[in-house]
Design a protein around this ligand. Structure first.
Ligand SMILES: [Zn+2]
Length: 406
């Protein structure tokens, strides 16, 4: 369910349903599409528009979960309760009516017996605002098709992904209110995020956290395959725990999730920001040892393979050019006059419990620098994080020790 009542106004603007207030009474009518039966007081044009968006969402989520929808999903979508005759409201599920009065929604799952067969049936109730009907329809599809919605963190995180889903869009597209809220909060530890209760519901703040976590896992190349394989298992009711799948990589995952939250913005491409944890690093102990690294303009932080000592001085030289910006400009690792496309570095340190990244420092075409920490050197092409898809090409960097700690 979605508690839109408590969402800031700016967080309600997802998937615009026509909210024209032409106050003519059109009454409650039925609208049908291949997988939905919608009872609503929306104007016919707005209702048909909603059905189109529901079908698009359903197609995406059914392909994602690898199971065609079972049966017709029946929805009650309410713009104005006053427009509904009392005898119709009496047929509402009490939970559904209560949620609509709160300005929210719910999908009520039922098991029906037909002869000696059990059929799962969902009744979806939603206010005709924002992405509420799509969110609840994700639950409805899961209830009818799998007979369950999965653990709470997953059910609600995926329902939020469903309401934001647009074909072909890979970047973050949650509403501003949700992004602002997440950026204003300290990161939530994984132990608090993973709520395994087999139910749906929560506050919009809970949904913001679960959405961010599911979006991150679904898009980051280090975790997306395992996450996509985990989904159908959770919906099949197998008790494959999150810990079993991701436990051995929890430290890396937590670091990358925090990094995602720290850089969260509309358009951020988590799929371009995965950290390469498999790269082998070697210490640069003498001026005769050097490493050569390739850095791509269109990716996040990339491993250099050099282990640096805090305070030691290193020299570096780059070759090649990359393209940055819109329209694309071809520049060396010195970047443009205003610093766009400049090579930058940061040092990743590791303790027993966590990874930490130093403050980034500017590099350029060639020169020397002192390492701010002892750890692994990462490099990137300096562009706003949301502009990574505009980057193209790569440069080569050669780094060696120039003098040890003074
Ligand atoms: Zn929900």
């Amino acid at each position: 369910m979605v508690l839109l009542g408590s969402l800031p106004a700016s967080a309600q603007t997802a998937g615009k349903i026509s909210s024209r207030t032409t106050e003519k009474t059109v009454g409650v009518r039925d609208f049908r599409s291949p997988h939905f039966l919608v009872h609503t007081d929306l104007e016919p044009e707005a209702a048909r528009d909603l059905l189109k968006r529901l079908e698009t969402m359903l197609k995406l989520i059914a392909a994602y979960w690898g199971r065609p929808p079972s049966g017709i999903i029946e929805c009650w979508v309410v713009k104005d309760l006053q427009a509904w005759p009392p005898e119709m409201l009496q047929q509402f599920d009490p939970q559904g009516l209560a949620k609509i009065k709160e300005g929210a929604g719910v999908s009520v799952g039922q098991t029906l017996t037909r002869g000696n067969r059990f059929l799962a049936k969902a009744r979806v109730y939603a206010v005709a605002r924002g992405g509420v009907p799509q969110h609840e329809a994700v639950h409805g599809y899961a209830q009818q098709t799998f007979g369950r919605t999965g653990p709470q963190w997953y059910a609600e995180g995926m329902a939020e992904i469903g309401q934001y889903w647009q074909p072909g869009v890979k970047g973050v597209n949650a509403v501003e209110g949700v992004i602002r809220y997440l950026r204003s909060q300290p990161p939530k530890p994984l132990t608090k995020l993973i709520v395994n209760d087999q139910r749906i519901g929560g506050t919009w703040k809970d949904y913001a956290w679960w959405w961010s976590f599911c979006h991150f896992l679904d898009n980051n190349p280090n975790y997306s395959a395992a996450f996509r394989a985990l989904g159908p298992q959770l919906l099949a009711g197998r008790d494959t725990g999150f810990r079993q799948v991701f436990g051995p990589r929890a430290k890396e995952l937590e670091f990358e999730y925090r990094f995602f939250l720290a850089h969260l913005e509309r358009g951020l491409r988590s799929d371009l920001c995965g950290w390469n944890w498999n790269k082998k690093f070697i210490p640069l102990r003498s001026s005769s040892s050097a490493i050569t690294a390739t850095v791509k303009a269109g990716s996040g932080w990339q491993p250099s393979s050099a282990i640096l000592q805090e305070g030691a001085e290193y020299s570096y030289k780059t070759t090649g050019k990359w393209k940055v910006g819109k329209p694309p400009q071809s520049v060396s690792a010195a970047g443009t006059a205003d610093g766009l496309g400049r090579l930058e570095g940061a040092v990743l340190t590791e303790s027993e419990t966590e990874y930490a990244l130093s403050k980034p420092f500017d590099l350029g075409e060639s020169g020397t620098f002192r390492s701010p920490a002892s750890g692994n050197l990462y490099l990137r092409c300096k562009v706003p994080w949301t502009d990574l898809p505009d980057g193209a090409g790569k440069i080569t960097v050669r780094i060696q020790l120039s003098s040890k700690k003074p």
